[in-house]
Every structure is written in C-alpha cells, then in structure tokens.
Ligand binder design. Structure first.
Ligand SMILES: Cc1cc2nc3c(=O)[nH]c(=O)nc-3n(C[C@H](O)[C@H](O)[C@H](O)COP(=O)(O)OP(=O)(O)OC[C@H]3O[C@@H](n4cnc5c(N)ncnc54)[C@H](O)[C@@H]3O)c2cc1C
Length: 405
C-alpha cells in the first residue's frame, strides 16, 4: 500500500500532522506501537497543556475547534513571580483580544484527534503495530511491520516522541541532558476563582505552575498543577496522599486559591532537554518530541510540535502542488530551515529561564525581582513575551493564522 507520507508515531503531533495533510488532500499511513484508544483512557496522560492561541487557530482550521470551545479554559493573564514576593510580572490579554492560550486536558485533545482521524479517509491508522524495518533509498521510504505488512511512500516522518527509535536507527545525533528534577502533575479544585490567570511561581527548588482549567462538574474552580521538584524528593512526592499534597501546594501559593482539594492522582514526569543535530535524512524528517524536547516551565513543548506541523504541512502541500517529489532533499531542507532556528531559540530561552530562577541566595533573588519589575515597565518587551506565549512570532505558516494553505 502506498501513500504520500508514512508517519511513524500517532501521538498528539503525528495525528495532527496526518489531519493537516488530509485537509489538503495528501494521504498518510500512521503507524503507532500503542493502542491509541488506550491512550485516551483516564489515567494514561493526566497532563493538561497550554495550547497557544496560534496553535488553537490551527486546530480550529483542522476541524477541532469544538473541543477547545467546550473544554478549553482561556488564559487571559499570566503572572510570573519569584516565589510569593510582591514584585511580579503580569501579562494580560486586552479586551476583545485573543487569549494568551487555552488550557486543555491532553486526554480530551487525544479523544478529539483520534475521532477526527477515524473520520478522515485520507488517513490510514495502523495501530497497534511495530515497525520491523524502515528502508530509505533514492526512490522511496519503505516500512515493513513485524506482522509482514509493507507500506511505501516518498517520505517517512518520525513523530515517535522523545525516545524516537526512528531517529536512532537513522543515526541522527542528539544534544541533550536531564534536569536534576521531575515534574509532579496534578489537578486541584479550590474555593477562590483563578480569574483565568496562569501563575508561574519560581522557587530555587523549582517552579510551580498554576494553570486555570474549566470548572469541575460540581462547579468548583479547577487548576492544573505542574510542580518541578528535586529528583531526590520526586519519589517521596509521588507517594504523598491527597491531603499532604494539598498542604504542600497551599504552603507555596500563599492563599491565592483559597481552600485546596487535590482531585486527581499525581503523576511524576522526568525532565530533560534534547535537540536532534538535524531534522533531515534521506527521505526522512523528524517532528515534535522526536526532534526536540524542553523543560515544561513555559508550556511550549507541544506548541513547538504544532508549529512543526503547520510549517511541514505548508512545505509538503506547496511541493505537491508544484509536482515535486515530497521526499526530495530540497523540499525537506525547506522545513528544516523554517523550524530549526525557532526551536533552538525556544529551547535555549526555556533552559536559561529555568537555570536563572534556580540560583539560590538573596542577591540573585534581588536581581530577578529587579528584572521582573523592569520587564513589567517595558512595553515593547512585554508585547514580545505575549506574542511568544500566543505563538505568534516569526514567519507564521497559514495554518497558525487559522487558514488552510
Ligand atoms: C510535565 C509536562 C508538562 C507539559 N506541559 C506542556 C504544556 O503545557 N504545553 C506544551 O506545549 N507542552 C507541554 N509539554 C510537552 C508535550 O507534552 C510534548 O511536547 C508532546 O506531548 C509531544 O508530542 P509528540 O506527539 O511529539 O510525542 P509523544 O506524545 O511522545 O507521542 C509519540 C507517539 O509515538 C508512538 N511511538 C513511540 N515509539 C514508536 C515506535 N517505535 N513506532 C511507532 N510509534 C511509536 C507513541 O506510542 C506515541 O503515540 C509538557 C511535557 C511534560 C513532561
């Protein structure tokens, strides 16, 4: 069986790419080792993601606007503080402006994506299935599965996540390191409304993010928690009961949320940074976490992947319309030129931010507070940060403007 592309990995990024290509009449075969229905069950991925406004516009253009409207919580403000110090940096979307982002449960996004994939004839989903070999030559990329099925296309795309076996077997080197901490993710209900404001509280032991969610079914305000903890305490944090965890969170948020109840079991994620030395090999491209992975401090990892999708879809649709070979080196190079620099910058800034706020001591804290107060007063710099949060910097592909190519 043949298609325009073979996508290895049907997670959030691989599925979105398949839909983006399908909306432009390009066909794909998506192969995933997991049973994707199982990845939509409660407990598989308890995370919530901040979907930047530009990413949300793309999802809307792909027909997924309903899930964001129904279950997404608009982020109207972002507040950054050094611990609970009174100086802070506050970004606010103006009245009538797009929100800075939309908080969404990953599980609900997965359900919507999978349903859309099933309804789209241009996408053939092959899962669960294991790739036995990927052979790439001057003519085609050919995937053979362990059950003997063979698929061929002009281009294979690795969307198989941070431990991408496809990237490894292509011999693509990786720059990367592990952070000495882990992210504890949970959800709380509380008595004081969040006001659609996302808070990032920086402590030397690691940042604590409070991310506004739509109210719980019983009408209480809800907030997603991403708490970066030292690796040495991660094992203990994993075992905290709901009451002890609520007390730990309450101690760090200074009463902002009122009474807190933990309403979801915590999950602990290891944190690291990685960036592939190249996104391109013969008839192969990397996207999403297969290409890059960053600290979740600024909630940008998934959005970087969405931006990869939008740029790659535009490059491939242009190439198809002008009759070019979708796997030709110069077509692949266009995608890499578009995305590598942006991903490098976001990765470096995120890493720097994490390290800057991790320096202990009173002098670094004073410098940080001075810096926060300074940025707060500098209009153009604030506008730049807001554009970054919305995902609206750089050369925007059509999909991120909410348009099909
Ligand atoms: C704690 C935490 C919080 C985060 N919060 C945010 C946030 O607020 N905003 C944001 O933008 N990002 C956030 N991120 C980052 C975001 O979750 C990832 O960037 C995103 O999930 C990557 O999606 P992906 O589809 O590239 O990879 P994955 O989600 O890893 O999907 C890879 C897919 O490939 C499949 N696969 C794996 N190996 C193979 C194989 N050999 N063959 C076939 N298939 C295979 C897997 O089954 C899976 O379906 C966060 C990350 C963490 C850890």
């Amino acid at each position: 069986m043949n298609a325009d592309v073979i996508i290895i990995g049907g997670g959030l990024i691989g599925s979105t790419l398949a839909l983006a290509l399908a909306r432009h009449e390009l066909t794909s075969i998506v192969v995933d080792t997991a049973d994707l229905e199982a990845t939509t069950r409660a407990g598989f991925d308890g995370r919530a993601s901040a979907v930047a406004s530009a990413s949300a516009r793309m999802l809307g253009a792909l027909g997924l606007g309903e899930v964001l409207e129904k279950h997404g919580c608009a982020i109207r403000g972002i507040r950054v503080t050094d611990g609970t110090a009174p100086q802070f940096l506050h970004f606010e979307a103006g009245e009538g402006d797009d929100p800075l982002g939309i908080m969404m449960e990953n599980r609900l996004l997965r359900i919507a994506l999978l349903a859309a994939v099933h309804e789209t004839p241009e996408v053939t989903l092959v899962a669960p299935a294991t790739v036995a070999s990927l052979v790439r030559d001057a003519h085609a990329a050919t995937v053979t599965l362990t059950d003997g099925r063979v698929f061929s296309a002009p281009l294979a795309i690795a969307a198989d996540g941070r431990r991408s076996a496809t990237r490894e077997s292509a011999g693509i080197r990786l720059t990367g390191w592990s952070y000495p901490n882990a992210a504890l993710v949970s959800m709380v209900a509380h008595t004081v409304p969040h006001g659609n404001v996302a808070c990032e509280l920086f402590y030397p032991s690691g940042p604590l993010a409070l991310l506004p969610m739509v109210d719980s079914e019983d009408g209480r305000p809800r907030t997603a928690i991403v708490w970066t903890v030292d690796e040495s305490v991660a094992a203990g944090a994993r075992k905290l009961g709901p009451k002890a965890l609520a007390a730990e969170i309450a101690a760090r948020v200074d009463g902002t949320l009122g009474e807190i109840e933990v309403i979801a079991p915590q999950a602990v994620w290891p944190l690291g940074y990685h960036h592939a030395a190249t996104y391109q090999a013969e008839r192969l491209l990397l996207i999403g976490d297969a290409a890059h992975g960053i600290h979740p401090i600024a909630g940008q990892g998934l959005n970087m992947g969405f931006r990869d999708v939008a740029a790659l879809a535009e490059v491939l649709v242009d190439a198809a319309r002008t009759g070019q070979d979708l796997g030709a080196p110069d077509v692949l190079a266009r995608y890499c030129a578009w995305r590598r620099f942006d991903n490098s910058v976001v990765g470096a800034v995120t890493d720097g931010l994490n390290k800057l706020f991790a320096v202990p001591g009173r002098l670094p804290a004073a410098v940080r507070r001075f810096g926060l107060a300074g940025v707060q007063r500098l209009g153009p710099l604030k506008s730049r940060f807001m554009a970054e949060a919305r995902g609206e910097t750089g050369q925007l592909p059509a999909l991120l403007r909410g348009e099909l190519v």
